[in-house]
Design a protein around this ligand. Structure first.
Ligand code: ZN
Ligand code: ZN
Length: 381
């Protein structure tokens, strides 16, 4: 596709006499004869607006040969002695005749932003809060490096002295007997097994016997294919739809811009129907044979309880038969009082008698408590 090139002339403002919109071809102000300099924004050119869609300059292109030749002379340089702007290909300052030296500033040519490639937005750093907040955060962070701040605060602990104000125990003995029972189960999961009675409360086998009375019952559901259906969805896609003009501009560093325009393929979004054949499903019940059978299980027969607030837990007594077994239950509690913003109570629940017996009424203890009030540890003092 053919490229079309134009030269666009910029304008500058004289800071000496305040003349505005001086064409770039004048390196001296036509009004006061002051040279254009790098300082005071005199060399920041206005190249006019561009078409938002194509990026094409709204100004007319330069047509006369003399100005085109000036635009092709390269980046301007600024005289190190008098500061005047000079043609890129000049070896001496037009204003003061000084030689171009290595320390003379030169303008730079650069690509100007175009509508199709907008400059990437730079992420703005978030406005920081007050100094005080940062200070607090800083202190917290330095004390709990790397952890969540709240979690850190919540898990910070304090030590408190406390005292055991009482202990209690509760014990129960449950007598269980191995008795016949009737149950139901799915036929394919039942395997006939002879029961075996326990000896001294152990070694029993429940067994599965006398499977009978089987009936068909719903056991669950399953998903089955039920034909196909055509499903259509509206979608969009990009398709070529003719061409559009796109322009790039290059600041030549001497008050002129080189503009290159070309016709590029234009893409439009088009909606279309996307159709597929999909399998349709339905759920249907699943049936199986459910049967009654005989088996055995432990059933509670009797229960005896004992409790106390002393430090000598005892088991209640129960007579035991040959088919019976005894199941034992035990519960212990130790009440502890401590001061943390007022009098607090904490209850320890030892799992075993040996742990329970380590605590005595009136005994001094040390508690470790978090900022949220959770008791993490209690040790005898
Ligand atoms: Zn002037
Ligand atoms: Zn000079």
């Amino acid at each position: 596709m053919a490229k079309r090139t134009r030269i666009i002339e910029g304008t500058w403002n004289c800071t000496s006499c305040d003349t505005k919109g001086i064409p770039a071809r004048h390196k001296l102000c036509p009004n006061c004869n002051n040279p254009r300099e790098v300082t005071g924004k005199e060399s920041e050119f206005d190249f006019g607006g561009v078409d938002a869609k194509s990026g094409k300059s709204l100004r007319e292109g330069v047509a006369d040969d003399e100005t085109l030749e000036l635009a092709a002379a390269g980046e301007d340089w600024f005289c190190a002695y008098c500061g005047a702007a000079n043609r890129g290909d000049a070896s001496h300052c037009k204003q003061c005749s000084a030689e171009r030296t290595a320390d003379a500033k030169a303008a730079v040519s650069r690509e100007l932003p175009s509508p199709e490639a907008p400059p990437q937005p730079v992420a703005q750093p978030k406005k920081p809060g007050g100094t005080k907040r940062w200070l607090v955060l800083g202190v917290l962070f330095s004390c709990c490096f790397g952890g969540g701040l709240f979690r850190c605060w919540a898990s910070s602990t304090h030590e408190y002295p406390g005292e055991v104000t009482g202990t209690a125990w509760k014990r129960a003995v449950v007598q269980e007997r191995y008795l016949p029972v009737e149950k139901t189960g799915w036929r394919d999961e039942l395997h006939g097994t002879a029961p075996r009675m326990p000896v001294n409360g152990a070694g029993e086998v429940a067994g599965v016997a006398n499977i009978r009375g089987c009936v068909s019952r719903q056991r669950g559901t399953r998903r089955v294919a039920d034909g196909t259906e055509r499903v259509c969805r509206n979608k969009t896609r990009k398709v070529a739809c003719g061409t559009e003009e796109k322009c790039r501009r290059r600041d030549k560093g001497n008050g002129f811009v080189e503009e290159v325009c070309e016709d590029v393929t234009k893409y439009c979004s088009e909606s279309y129907e996307d159709c597929k054949t999909e399998t349709r499903y339905r759920t249907e019940p699943v049936y199986a044979q459910q049967c009654t059978y005989d088996t055995y299980e432990w059933a509670p027969q009797d229960r005896r309880e004992a409790s106390g607030t002393d430090d000598r837990p005892r088991w209640p007594t129960l007579p035991v038969g040959g088919l019976d077994r005894l199941r034992r239950e035990e519960q212990y509690s130790v009440n502890i009082r401590y001061e943390d913003d007022g009098v607090k109570e904490h209850v320890l629940e030892p799992k075993r008698e040996q742990e329970f017996l380590a605590w005595k009424k009136g005994q001094g203890v040390n508690l470790t408590v978090t900022n949220l009030g959770k008791v993490e540890q209690v040790v005898p003092r």
